[in-house]
Design a protein around this ligand. Sequence first.
Ligand code: S3P
Length: 417
Amino acid sequence: MKVAGVVRPPGDKSISHRVLMLAALARGQCALTGLLTSEDVRSSARVLRQLGAKISTVREGVVTRVSHAPLTTPHARLNCGNSGTTARLMLGILAGQRFAATLTGDASLRRRPMRRVTEPLKQMGARIEERGDGLPLTIHGGRLRGLVYTSPVASAQVKSALLLAGLTGGVPVTIREPYRSRDHTERLFAHLGLAIHEHDSVISYQPSAISVPPFEISVAGDTSSAAFLVAAAVLAEQGELLVENVGVNPTRTGYLVVLQRMGARVDRVNLRDEGGEPVADVIAKPAHLSATEVSAAEIPTLVDEVPILAVLASRAKGETVFREVGELRVKESNRLELVAANLRAVGVRAEARGNDLHVEGSDRPPRGKVDTAADHRLAMAFAVLGTVPGADIRLSERRSVAISYPTFFKDLKRILR
Ligand code: S3P
């Protein structure tokens, strides 16, 4: 297989959710360029509209405009679809509103833990009716008090929900997390002139008289979507791929660090800034990979890239170990067990031992049926494995890629020959 060409990944999913939400809270018109137009981001737009936000169309190549309108009581349940980011960050926003709202989601989202967010929000004074550790649940927002919180999980969704509650409730919030998770919310707050500070890995937000000002922003390409294209280039036999306009925030690019350690040839060029976020073009070339150990401290910087890194590890020399990846059990699917089981299904030795994932590299062509469990990142990771010479991989479905990367199969086909 030869890799060639230039490709632009779709807009960053994490940043797209955040700019939509902050624009809905802004005191004036906002213009958002380069938003991801996937199902997850549409879930955030839909939920915000149900709350009265005035958001124009979210469509590829179109600037989305958000005009000022106060959030009000929704007439129906807020359906967050498959999107954990929508559910958790909206809980933070709703905690500071003086009305009640009920959130729900699809079968996958309803299984995902919400207490990690509802517990600290209750400490801030939100009243929450929940039936277990998940959706549906009803939140009664209102007068909040400040919070000093040590999160047991390194989760950007927990951190962001609490910062958004501090913002909408007008109270100070201080958060410590075990390892630094993605910091897009902090960067956006700082970019918008809100009082956010980090000192010794402790993040604090101090409310001020200034509310969210109207803003214009351009969202860079999603590095987590780019990771699948980079991986396809690394597994190719010859050629070179240029991936343009990729976010390279260091809290997201752990996969590039690990790939380089495995012997991959990936370079960042043309480094620039976009709305407080570092952005670059990435050049990726084919390489022979060797196994590595991915430490617990690295995991938050590549948490969504474990499936594709595990696929790459299955083509590397030796055994790769991912330490402390238990969080993968509560993603869109049980990614820890499903990555291991699907690798085994295509002839690779792989196993979850406790919270660690072990993958033994092999150069035999991978063949077999893969159960994606409707998880977009499993579908994309195993589709990339299906591009190696002699592979015969049948995916149980392909439509889940619409969650984060609607044109994935088209782009993958275009860069390989
Ligand atoms: C996200 C944070 C991560 C990540 C998810 C998006 C975000 O989840 O897995 O895809 O936008 O904040 P956690 O914060 O739960 O680790």
